[in-house]
Design a protein. Structure first.
Length: 353
């Protein structure tokens, strides 16, 4: 089984990972291997990684996809293993969620690629742990360890929700976000340009009865804007449990929960039916690395989810080579805008010949 370099580093030290172990946001299926040596539980915030563990036969009763850990599944852990996230604030969040479920004297293990910022992450560990230090290093990865010697505060999700108001493309919106969600605490320039472009678009006359999909919903800004613009019910999709929760909170803050359907999905796998409009600011990173595969798989499959003459809107950094992918998927496309380092593309489901 292929493991990331981070998990290979953990595996070198697995003789110490005995008893009851909780993984937070694992990057591969190493937890399945360790489960033959310890009592392992996994908290996933990625639907992709959740699905991967199910596929290799991990015990579903010890596996959770959610924005926070559920103590009913397990508590009093001897070890918590955290993979260094791209967003530093997310590391603080992961610690805040998991530490109440760690035994006194239990250990937190933090592993990450050097490029992930793990070298400077010890200050986050030291804020709530003791005897923090480096355990091992290999293949440009580092492994740190700290002990829980102090009581941990109970986790309260509401303390981690950021709420703010903004004006964008003619609308006043209230947004809610959580650490690690794309666009956290700020309006992404690409999203702003996309919404300004959509504000000029002529939607179908009976758009209130249309089906709209926001692929990669983040904090829900695009989905909410579309709902206010069209009055149509919105389906919002993301791989991240944190993004799904943020979008739900955003719609609730705008008294629009009745209009929202959320889908946790690795790409389009969990999507049913076809949509008149699909709108996306697709992710192009997996962790710290550029990864075209998410967008490539999306473009390859999106035609199967568009109605006849259904429309696709995409915003992306203009250095990303999406044009040939769009042409391969839909036969042709139009670049609506290129500005400030971004490009906005439009395509239609072609009529069958």
């Amino acid at each position: 089984m292929n493991l990331n370099a981070t998990s290979q580093l953990l595996a070198r030290n697995e003789s110490e990972l005995t008893g009851k172990v909780l993984f937070a946001n694992p990057e591969d299926t190493y937890a399945r291997e360790l489960s033959s040596l310890a009592d392992v539980y996994v908290w996933n915030q990625s639907k992709t990684q959740y699905d991967a563990l199910i596929q290799v036969g991990f015990d579903e009763s010890k596996l959770l996809f959610s924005e926070q850990w559920d103590a009913h599944l397990g508590s009093d852990f001897d070890h918590v293993i955290i993979y260094q996230p791209k967003a530093k604030e997310l590391l603080s969040y992961l610690l805040a969620v998991t530490l109440p479920h760690l035994k006194e004297g239990g250990q937190v293990w933090l592993v990450g690629d050097n490029k992930s910022g793990v070298k400077s992450a010890t200050k986050y560990l030291e804020a709530s742990l003791d005897e923090v230090g480096k355990v091992d290093s290999a293949k440009h990865c580092l492994l740190y360890q700290g002990y829980k010697r102090r009581p941990a505060e109970p986790f309260v999700l509401e303390k981690w929700v950021t709420t703010w108001s903004l004006e964008v493309a003619g609308q006043s919106l209230v947004l809610c976000s959580l650490p690690g969600v794309f666009g956290h605490k700020k309006l992404d320039k690409g999203t702003e340009l996309l919404l300004e472009q959509l504000s000029q678009h002529r939607f179908m006359s009976d758009v209130k009865n249309a089906r709209l999909l926001d692929f990669g919903c983040g904090d829900g800004i695009i989905a909410l804007w579309l709902y206010h613009k069209t009055g149509a019910p919105i389906t919002a999709l993301d791989d991240s449990a944190l993004a799904i929760k943020a979008t739900q909170l955003t719609f609730a803050a705008n008294q629009a929960s009745q209009a929202l359907t959320v889908i946790a999905s690795n790409g389009l796998k969990e999507v049913k039916g076809r949509f008149n409009y699909v709108i996306t600011n697709p992710p192009f990173h997996s962790g710290i690395n550029t990864d075209y595969s998410i967008a490539e798989h999306f473009f390859m499959g999106v035609k199967d989810y568009l109605t006849l003459n259904g429309e696709l809107f995409v915003v992306a950094n203009d250095f990303l080579r999406y044009a040939p992918l769009l042409d391969a998927a839909l036969g042709s496309h139009t670049r609506l805008l290129r500005d400030k380092g971004f490009a906005i593309y439009h395509g239609r489901q072609p009529k069958k010949k």
